[in-house]
Design a protein around this ligand. Sequence first.
Ligand code: ADP
Ligand code: MG
Length: 362
Amino acid sequence: MSSVKQDFVKFDQVDKSYDGKVLVVKGLDLDIAEGEFLTLLGPSGSGKTTTLMMLAGFETPTNGEIYLDGDPISSIPPHKRGIGMVFQNYALFPHLSVYENLAFPLKVRKISNDIIDEKVNKTLEMVSLGDFGMRMPAQLSGGQQQRVAVARSLVFDPKLVLMDEPLGALDKNLRESMQYELKHIHESLGVTVVYVTHDQSEALTMSNRIAVFNDGHVQQLSGPNELYETPVNSFVAEFIGENNTITGTVKEISGNQAKVETDKGESVIANPIAVKSVGEKTKMSLRPERVMINPAAALENKFDASVAEIIYHGDHTRVRVNILDDDQFILKIPNSSDDIKLNVNDKIQLGWSSYDCRALDY
Ligand code: ADP
Ligand code: MG
């Protein structure tokens, strides 16, 4: 077996400006391995679609170069890049049957009718639409149309598939089941996928790695676990999952502990991830599920709190508390833990380890 190419797709110092003034993608370096499911995740306007469009060939980088399988692609027109694409608005040909929609990219490639028949049927089976070949797109539900769009992007065996918010128009349940379906298709085909979404749970569910975009920059590139457990800056900590932020000023750093004084003069012991010197302002990031209620254990951080609000969420209860002069501090209690019963206005003590309290940029 040949080894996996680690830089199957390579962005090398890519900038993009639409108006010659503002860069909407800035100095992008990104290597995507062969067979990887890589997601570009970020808020609206952060440059995700622009990045995908440059890879597809519908936009040209202002500076830098993109390589596909070792070759610079700037001189290759979009239809010669051998890339499959799926967009949010399906973009099926409305006047062609499902079968003809899938046959189209094969006919363009001058494939014989026998092989077209075989590939179209096999691909329709893969997305559970084996019996739908003769239907017209308008006779399908939104979810079915999107499965046809996915099938059409895969039917010519591309090495690379680009998907831009493909599930954005579907309702929540369908979106979640399609996430698993796409993940399984990716796993069974081994095709390289570059996927765009602004939905963090979608990104965490599907991806091998996630590049978090903000303001034209990649803020962090890592696997889903790492991104959630070890955010490297405040933007990522706040964008991915729920997060408690405690602000303060660094008073001491020794080894893997920093003593941080909050604005009210309390001392919090934190993990100095992005702070280096005494006097720096910091935002500390602490995941709600890392906070212990009335902890028995010896912990570096223990503070008095009062319960402000309790919201039942089915599988867990979300508790908003007042602590360290902040009334937006969140706890999450799994609903299997029946030993914790809280009421509004209860006085409790909360504790957390310094390791889980990440001192990041301010
Ligand atoms: P995202 O997909 O992350 O929402 P985009 O890549 O679409 O972000 O947009 C990044 C920035 O570039 C935004 O400020 C957007 O308004 C701008 N932009 C996107 N497409 C064009 C275009 N064709 N012409 C001019 N500006 C554009
Ligand atoms: Mg977009």
